[in-house]
Design a protein around this ligand. Structure first.
Ligand code: ING
Length: 317
């Protein structure tokens, strides 16, 4: 019997600084209702889905507006309407939000079962950007000021298979997919906020769409897993962010993709048994992954060959 999970990738359009949280949740509920109507087992929302991508702005420590972006618990008071609808519809929810845990702050994603049980909670490991205000930038990327990194990637039994969570910049690092796949993850759910302009190297701007698909398709194919990338897209807070929400099969093929930059539900039937077509052949880790023959420990940089000494010819291999 095939294990098909119907996934709804719920792309969210711009959330402005003055958008009431209740309005945002209302939009998420509407997308959940649409997804349920289209047979979804799970609805996946983007990174920081409840708020604008506030790391684009500088806030002084203790600024009440900054504090207001964080939630102490999800499911919780500000998301009750959403999880009530999820319970009514019998749909699981994957939601990205800014988490406050006492004195700590994380960029977090949770997977919540229809009955409201938190099945998985993940705190973003690869926290990009910078820690101090950098006025040269047209907009900030202060995630490293506003969030601490999480403590790793874990796969969870859920949705009739094995599920992994990751967030935005994590998708650019091959380790993300491999660490989850080594734990058996068959579907990896990733929300993102990706500005189309990258101030440290504007030459990359023209490749934003290409790089977005490249990293997720490679991660899917090289690890025999489904990858679901869900955007907060469009012109938000004056910054144009990539949309292009997409569902990618273990083959690396895009099976469903958003065609707008706004709120849009993209649905795909993900047959988890397709993972074995790759995990039991090309990417049979136990048989073909030659860890004992890799000269470097996976967690360390390699020893860079010494600079050639002047006057000393290249050593013959
Ligand atoms: N955003 C971006 C991402 O990794 C970024 C950071 C932007 C990287 C543009 C490269 C280019 O998609 C988050 N939130 O990680």
């Amino acid at each position: 019997m095939s294990r098909v999970v119907t996934v709804a990738a719920a792309q969210v359009g711009p959330v402005e600084r003055d958008t009431p949280r209740s309005d945002v949740v209302g939009r998420l509920v509407a997308m959940l209702a649409e997804a349920a109507g289209r047979g979804a087992d799970v609805v996946v929302y983007p990174e920081l889905a409840l708020t604008p991508f506030f790391p684009r702005w500088w806030f002084a420590d203790g600024d009440p507006e900054l504090a207001g972006f964080y939630d102490d618990e999800v499911p919780g008071p500000s998301t009750k309407v959403l999880f009530d609808e999820a319970r009514r519809s019998g749909v699981a929810v994957c939601l990205g939000y800014a988490e406050r845990d006492g004195p700590h702050h994380y960029n977090t994603s949770v997977l919540v079962a229809p009955d409201g049980e938190v099945v998985a909670k993940y705190r973003k490991v690869h926290v990009p950007g910078h820690e101090q205000h950098e006025p040269w930038r047209p907009f900030q990327h202060l995630e490293r000021r506003y969030f601490e990194p999480g403590d790793g990637f874990r796969a969870h039994r859920a949705l009739g298979g094995v599920v992994g969570l990751a967030i935005c910049n994590d998708r650019r690092w091959p380790e993300t997919y491999r660490v989850l796949a080594l734990q058996g993850a068959e579907v990896i759910l990733i929300g993102y906020n990706t500005p189309l302009h990258y101030p440290p190297d504007p030459g990359q701007d023209r490749l934003a769409s290409f790089h977005n698909n490249l990293v997720m398709a490679a991660g899917a194919y090289q690890n025999g897993a489904w990858v679901v990338g869900v955007a907060k897209g469009g012109l938000e807070g004056g910054v144009h962010s990539l949309a292009e929400t997409q569902v990618i099969a273990p083959s690396g093929e895009v099976v469903a993709k958003a065609v707008t930059e706004g709120d849009e539900v993209v649905v795909a039937a993900c047959d988890l048994d397709l993972c074995d077509r790759y995990r039991r052949t090309l990417f049979d880790f136990d048989r073909y992954r030659m860890v004992e023959h890799y000269s470097l420990l996976t967690s360390q940089r390699g020893v860079v060959p010494p600079e050639p000494q002047p006057g000393v010819g290249p050593t013959r291999p």
